[in-house]
Write a protein that binds this ligand. Structure first.
Ligand code: ATP
Length: 306
């Protein structure tokens, strides 16, 4: 559905995206993950035809990203959505449906359905008086007025309270189940873990890992074993109910803990495995946490500006 080949974007000599190649299949939920400044927004805006690449190609459903026909079949949710503060959600969405030449009756039905599904309360309020979460829901509804096959969402759940965040993530899942192709970016890796089929992990403009989460997990990061004993061990931490928790990285170490507990007259009462999170994986690949990478990005930007 989407093909990106050797995409590069420079801003006055500053390389924001450096040779990205990836493809997204029809009906897939594809995550673009990375810390601040990694190049996610630049990548997404290029997919949406809003930024012209310095070099490389982007095609959506066989059309070039700047083809007007492609733009009609795409819904873009910017990271910060400028909304018309004086309008109500409904009139604002009608206005956009009109821009896409959606017939009034179809638009009305589509808008009501989207706002119902998004559970937007107080929809007759002027947008300027709405909360951040409500505004984001209006922006998401806006991305749907033309009933596009492809949705490009830049940080759809960033900066929202956990309840609204979950709502938006679940809604995105429903859109995928309906057959929409969705590309979305996130720096909070947790969101991606729950809904993406495949991801690319970006850092400093480059793709540093790609694949399904399982593939990436297999390749980077390792499973943790949380071993609970009824006696205190050398490196255990109290875990309530007279239990003690030790965290180790492989089964040999688990067996060593079992022997240690037995030597002290105790035993292992529970073992839980924990897969590495994408945060752990990022640290493994990039050698820094996403937060450290963001800091570095700021430094790099300052250097580039001076
Ligand atoms: N118009 C621009 N002019 C100059 N530099 C830019 C411009 N837009 C982005 N950049 C720089 O390009 C790099 C990538 O930015 P981009 O917005 O794509 O990253 P991001 O991963 O989306 O980050 P964030 O999560 O903070 O939005 C950053 O260092 C940014 O400062």
């Amino acid at each position: 559905m989407i093909t990106v080949e050797d995409l590069r974007k420079e801003y006055d000599g500053f390389v924001a995206v450096d040779g990205s190649t990836f493809s997204v299949g029809r009906g897939e939920v594809f995550g673009v993950v990375g810390p601040n400044g990694a190049g996610k927004t630049t990548t997404l805006k290029t997919l949406a035809g809003l930024i012209e690449p310095t070099s490389g190609t982007v095609s959506v459903a066989g059309l070039a990203a700047d083809d007007p026909e492609m733009r009609r079949n795409l819904g873009f949710l910017p990271e910060e959505s400028p909304l018309y503060e004086e309008m109500t959600a409904h009139s604002y969405l009608e206005f956009f449906a009109d821009l896409y030449d959606v017939p009034d009756d179809v638009a009305d039905e589509r808008i009501t359905e989207a706002l119902d599904r998004l559970d937007l309360e107080h929809r007759e309020r002027r947008i300027g008086d709405m909360s951040k979460g409500m505004k984001r829901k209006v922006a998401i509804a806006r991305s749907l007025v033309n009933d596009p096959d492809v949705l490009i969402y830049d940080e759809p759940a960033s900066g929202l309270d956990p309840l609204t965040t979950n709502y938006i993530i679940e809604f995105t899942e429903q859109l995928a189940a309906q057959g929409k192709t969705i590309v979305f970016s996130a720096h909070n890796l947790y969101h991606v873990e729950s809904i993406c089929d495949r991801v690319i992990v970006m850092n400093h403009g480059e793709i540093i890992a790609r694949g399904t989460l399982e593939e990436i997990r297999r390749e980077h990061g390792s499973t943790e074993y949380h071993v609970y004993t009824d006696v205190e061990l050398d490196a255990s931490e109290p875990a309530g109910d007279d239990r003690h928790e030790s965290v180790v990285g492989d089964m040999d170490a688990v067996e060593a803990l079992r022997s240690q507990a037995a030597a002290l007259g105790g035993s292992v009462v529970d073992i839980q495995t924990r897969d590495p999170s994408l945060e752990d994986i990022f640290l493994d690949i990039a050698g820094e946490t996403p937060e450290q990478a963001s800091e570095g990005e700021r430094d790099r930007t300052v250097e580039a500006e001076t």
